[in-house]
Design a binder for this molecule. Structure first.
Ligand SMILES: [Zn+2]
Length: 81
């Protein structure tokens, strides 16, 4: 039984670690996107992003789909804030 419980806790931790756009939109959190080339930072409301992207995307997958307004690269890191 102890083993099963540990496995369940690990599973929950894993699920919590990877946030998806649906989670962010639901909590009305924001996503911080930072350009890896020029350093431009921009925050997006999860709710707005969920209108343009699939809510099944993890927040880490959103960065590369956004184009930097300063230098035009898609080399962007994203994280929840
Ligand atoms: Zn840039």
């Amino acid at each position: 039984m102890g083993h099963l419980k540990q496995a369940l806790i690990k599973q929950t931790e894993k699920a919590n670690h990877i946030l998806h756009l649906a989670d962010i939109a639901h909590k009305q959190s924001k996503i911080l996107c930072c350009c890896k080339r020029c350093g431009l930072q921009k925050t997006y409301h999860g709710e707005n992003l969920s209108k343009h992207f699939s809510s099944k995307l993890s927040i880490y997958e959103i960065g590369p789909k956004i184009r930097c307004k300063s230098c035009g690269t898609k080399n962007i890191a994203s994280k929840a804030i």
